[in-house]
Design a protein around this ligand. Structure first.
Ligand code: SAH
Ligand code: SF4
Length: 355
């Protein structure tokens, strides 16, 4: 059987493991420091542990389950990584350079079952969920990449917007969030982490109670059920009313802002009346919400969609602004290497697998 990645353990779980193995509690803190502060890649480098303990750890765990297959760097500093998992599945991780720091976009599943009609990830049916360790390892791979450059750059922000629906892999994603947020380790601030969901209303309610101050983004993409159902199948199960019900509960419980993502699809959801409907939908929660207008990244398999014109995007933006809705037009990253976050190019993936 494949060994478990030690990256998948929370500090509490690691402490419990040491206690169960007749070791002192402080050993967990030591190992944690080796993993996340000194960032060694092999148990044998943990020089303040006994040989016996290193052997025990090595028998039980592996450190990094990912193998780097391809790295592409764009002219704006965006880096796209293709990693291989122990079972030979491939996943993609993207690093974006922002004014405020290095931001990593992580993948949570191999493929996605939500099947949105504009998304390349949805083309690959879900093969399996990623473990917490495999999600943490994506951050570590990127951090190691920067450690090697020796400029002291640190991953400071994380967006859970890669392949997969994070709330369809809820427990592993929650453990991942705890691990990267842990103050004694990577200490990535909760406010620097954003989880994006296609709108699993039941999980949004659960997320409201989880105690972490992590940001929530919801892929809304349409102002009414008719359009939303036609582009996002999940809207049958959780129509806009149910989604907004969960949103209200979340806002009330957490008092934290929610971002609504809205991909601009030419002639589909980008008319001024759609902007008005969207503004009406958000009118009683303008203080705690904002809308992110996202340029559509053409996916060759979904050629029914094209990008909205600049003029239409600006018109849409104006209607929202006039209605007092907070709104930004999202900047693109890494377009020359096709690194749009949340968008696995299945074509490219096949190419890498079969080459
Ligand atoms: N499954 C989650 C998170 C991953 S997708 C979700 O859907 O929210 C991350 C974001 O990328 C989502 O807002 C998604 O709608 C968006 N996205 C998917 N395909 C896209 C495309 N072709 N162009 C632009 N954004 C896309
Ligand atoms: Fe899955 Fe998100 Fe893509 Fe929809 S947009 S298919 S939920 S990854």
């Amino acid at each position: 059987m494949e060994k478990q990645s030690i990256y998948g353990l929370t500090i509490e779980e690691l402490t419990a493991w040491f206690l169960e193995n007749g070791e002192k509690k402080f050993r967990a803190a030591q190992v944690w420091e080796w993993l996340y502060i000194k960032r060694v890649r092999d148990f044998s480098e943990m020089t303040n542990l006994s040989k016996n303990l290193i052997a025990k750890l090595t028998t039980q765990f592996m450190i990094n389950p990912l193998k780097q297959m391809v790295v592409q760097e764009a002219s704006d500093g965006t880096v796209k990584y293709l990693f291989e998992l122990p079972d030979k599945n491939m996943i993609e991780t993207v690093l974006m350079r922002q004014e405020y720091g290095l931001s990593v976009c992580v993948t949570t599943q191999v493929g996605c079952n939500i099947g949105c009609t504009f998304c390349a990830s949805g083309l690959l049916k879900k093969n399996r969920d990623l473990t917490a360790g495999e999600i943490v390892a994506q951050i570590m791979m990127v951090q190691h990449y920067f450690d090697e450059r020796q400029k002291g750059e640190r991953v400071s922000h994380v967006v859970v917007m890669g392949i997969g629906e994070p709330f369809d892999n809820y427990d592993n994603v929650m453990n991942f969030l705890h691990i990267i947020n842990e103050a004694k380790g990577l200490a990535i601030g909760a406010r620097h982490i954003t989880v994006s969901t296609s709108g699993l209303a039941n999980k949004i309610k659960e997320f409201a109670n989880n105690g972490l101050q992590v940001n929530l983004a919801i892929s809304l993409h349409a102002p009414n059920n008719e359009i939303r159902t036609s582009i996002m199948r999940i809207n049958r199960r959780f129509p806009i009313e149910k989604l907004m019900d969960a949103v209200d509960e979340y806002l009330e419980k957490t008092n934290r802002r929610i971002t609504f993502e809205y991909i601009m699809l030419n002639q589909v959801n980008d008319r001024p009346q759609h902007a008005q409907q969207l503004a009406d939908l958000l009118k009683d929660k303008k203080k705690l919400t904002y809308v992110n207008l996202i340029p559509y990244n053409p996916v060759s398999e979904h050629d029914q969609y094209t990008r909205s014109t600049k003029a239409d995007v600006l018109k849409f933006y104006d209607v929202l602004k006039k209605n007092g809705v907070n709104c930004v037009i999202r900047k693109e990253h890494g377009t020359d290497i096709d690194a749009a976050c949340g968008q696995l190019r299945s074509k490219q993936m096949k190419k890498h697998i079969f080459e």
